[in-house]
Design a protein around this ligand. Structure first.
Ligand SMILES: NC(=O)c1ccc[n+]([C@@H]2O[C@H](COP(=O)([O-])OP(=O)(O)OC[C@H]3O[C@@H](n4cnc5c(N)ncnc54)[C@H](OP(=O)(O)O)[C@@H]3O)[C@@H](O)[C@H]2O)c1
Length: 339
């Protein structure tokens, strides 16, 4: 039974939505503990109608905890997750640290829910740009086997946490005030009225760490190491909501009608696709939604087995907090079934 939940990184951009989701989805927990660093220990955060005090993260924090939902930087997760699992807790982790560990399932509940049964104490939630893409690729993979994906992302500044959102605001205000004293600290360049074709550091053959996450995590979640992915990840001056232009090639050809049907019937996807009425997803209309929104679905003009589409999702929700809370719900259901 999971009754005692700790939310690690409760003060962050993702952690705050995790709390919102736990409350909204009425996770059946008895005790809730909020953990963060010394910067915010002692502060009080709203949970439903009450205020809860944030405690300092330390090994003993997990003495009386059986489930953890964590949204911290990679290095923090690397250190604390073993503290929690050593005390018998299961950790659902949002960071990138554990995702490619062979002992750690990487889970999108609508795509590979059975993978959580293999967990050995830690379950990882994918990178935000991977989650929305793989949710949309999964029905194509099941029906016609995905062979190749070319994706360009347009990623919101909140993907870099609270500091990323604050920097978009500061740099935009400075640009509008015609001030030159604002210096980028989170992003490589001034993000105001700009696009930055770099997310993360250089990782492999000219691809960034964010791009390589899209390659490796896609293969792990879909359980097919032969899928070819060519990503370009771009930071854009949007506060919330990642957008992606995706071209997918499948082994078996799919008609446009079949492709639309696959996407329309998939769990977690809402299709908004009426170009003649200018109806398609935009980051502004995805904010606050737990769905992945898909539009501009069309046949690839350059290859017979290709389908092109546009995909938008709230990176803090389905890209992070919602997916992690859904994993926790799956764990709770499984424990109830086996109890
Ligand atoms: N933002 C997204 O769209 C998104 C999507 C998917 C996955 N993720 C991943 O989720 C994680 C959190 O991202 P975020 O956007 O929420 O970042 P964030 O806004 O910067 O929040 C980071 C959280 O981690 C806590 N933290 C940092 N250092 C700590 C330490 N030494 N001990 C304890 N707590 C510590 C912070 O607490 P303090 O208040 O004490 O600093 C804060 O609660 C990252 O690994 C990120 O890659 C983010």
């Amino acid at each position: 039974m999971f009754e005692n939940l700790a939310v690690v990184g409760a003060t962050g951009a993702v952690g705050r939505i995790v709390l919102e989701q736990i409350h909204a989805r009425q996770l059946p927990i008895k005790n809730l503990k909020l953990l963060a660093s010394s910067r915010s220990a002692g502060t009080r955060i709203k949970f439903g109608d009450c205020l809860k005090t944030v405690e300092l993260l330390r090994p003993e924090s997990f003495d009386d905890v059986d489930l953890v939902i964590a949204s911290t930087p990679d290095e923090v997760s690397a250190e604390f997750a073993p503290w929690a699992t050593a005390r018998g807790a299961v950790v659902v982790d949002e960071s990138g640290f554990w995702r490619m560990d062979a002992k750690v399932p990487l889970v999108i509940p609508e795509v590979n829910p059975a993978a959580i049964q293999q967990h050995q104490g830690i379950i990882a939630s994918p990178n935000c740009s991977t989650t929305q893409m793989v949710l949309a690729l999964a029905p194509f993979h099941r029906a016609a086997r995905v062979r190749r994906v070319v994706v360009s992302t347009y990623q919101a500044t909140s993907g870099a946490g609270l500091a990323g959102s604050a920097e978009l605001e500061q740099m935009t205000n400075a640009a509008l005030d015609k001030r030159t004293d604002a210096v980028p600290r989170v992003f490589q360049h001034d993000i105001a009225f700009n696009l930055i074709p770099q997310i993360g550091s250089e990782k492999y053959e000219g691809y960034t760490s964010e791009e390589m996450k899209m390659v490796e995590e896609t293969r792990k979640i879909l359980g097919d190491a032969t899928i070819q992915v060519c990503p370009t990840c771009v930071r854009v001056p949007v506060m919330i909501g990642h957008s992606e232009s995706i071209l997918v090639e499948t082994e078996q050809p799919l008609s446009l009608t079949e492709a639309r049907q696959l996407l329309s019937q998939a769990d977690g996807i809402t299709v908004i696709d009426e170009l003649s009425q200018s109806r398609y997803p935009t980051p502004v209309n995805c904010v606050g939604s737990d769905q992945v929104l898909v539009g501009r679905i069309r046949k690839d003009l350059s290859s017979p087995n290709g389908i092109a589409f546009w995909c938008v999702s709230d990176n803090l929700r389905k890209g992070a907090a919602t997916n992690a809370v859904q994993i926790a719900e799956l764990l709770l259901t499984q424990t109830q079934v086996t109890a």
